[in-house]
Design a protein around this ligand. Sequence first.
Ligand SMILES: C[S@@+](CC[C@H](N)C(=O)[O-])C[C@H]1O[C@@H](n2cnc3c(N)ncnc32)[C@H](O)[C@@H]1O
Length: 358
Amino acid sequence: MATRKKKSKSRIKALRYVRKQLNPLKIASPNGELVLALKTRLGRLYRGDCEDFFKTVPSDSVDMVFADPPFNLDKKYPSKMNDNIREEDYLVWQRSWLLESARVLKPGGSLFLWNLPRWNIHAAAALYGALTFRHWIAVDVKFSLPISGRLYPSHYSLLYFCKGPKPKTFHPDRLPMPVCPKCFSDLRDYGGYKDRMNPKGVNLPDVWTDIPPVRHAKYKRRTGANELSLKLLDRVIEMSTDPGDLVLDPFGGAGTTYIASELKGRHWMGVEVGPSEDIVSRFERIGEEREFLEKIRGGCNHLFLPKVANERNKRGLWTTQSIQDSKTSSKQAELSFGDRERELAPESEYRTAGKKSN
Ligand SMILES: C[S@@+](CC[C@H](N)C(=O)[O-])C[C@H]1O[C@@H](n2cnc3c(N)ncnc32)[C@H](O)[C@@H]1O
């Protein structure tokens, strides 16, 4: 009797295992049902599986997709989903929802995909022919752990694609010029080009070193989800959408994309396979996030932030203002030199000079 019980227990275990392998990331909605978990002024969040969700989204209807899927690193998510499946299964699954993302994008719409370089290299291949590659953005990872026998992993990959030859919306933020945090001097030699620097800041590069990890308990909204920084979502949304556009994120997590979209006046839609209480409570305290976002926006599109400009002024280092001032004073000097010349030259002489220059 005991051995029969043991046998049937192990059979159930084996069956469960096989089911997980066949349908590894579908656990919350085995029948494909989606439950509305949150409705806000601008968006809707469903509880369910992203592939079932995509089936409800019309083709060519979304302005931007942002996706931050599980990395298959055996992480324990609140949904208790299996984050340790066979590599082949992960790639098949990834390809399937990526092609769905491409389908729902409007012509000129953008897709951003956050993952480890190891998975994104396959993602880029899967999207070949469906979307146009724009950038592989390397986002600096702080505090990652070394892996024996490998190079020290120090970036996440943020893939950026668009539908059709070029994006319909592209207005990347400009960033402050990097300076030494201690003495505020230039980190690069701008030589004779200082006066040509855009007062709104330097061009956004494809290596981002200024995205903080969300590690501190004070800022983390949810234990167990790899919550991304609001700064990252702010930048991506700002770059690829306009107010009133529609953003879709198929992996809700702690809801960073939805919060950023709501605050920035974009419509949004999303789905999360696991519990969504954390996202809901985050929306209840959205005022705190608004302040943070305003702070982030205040740091964009200035060559020097006021504090840095002040420190540089004190140290006699050039600033946008000092370049402007020296341009104005050299113009004035040129003008007054011209006046003196005119005063000294006899009338007939500069009449002839005028004719010559014509
Ligand atoms: C890395 S987290 C996303 C974090 C999110 N970007 C943020 O900043 O808060 C990935 C999320 O995807 C969810 N997920 C995994 N498989 C899913 C599926 N098939 N459909 C919908 N959500 C899924 C997980 O439960 C997890 O919360």
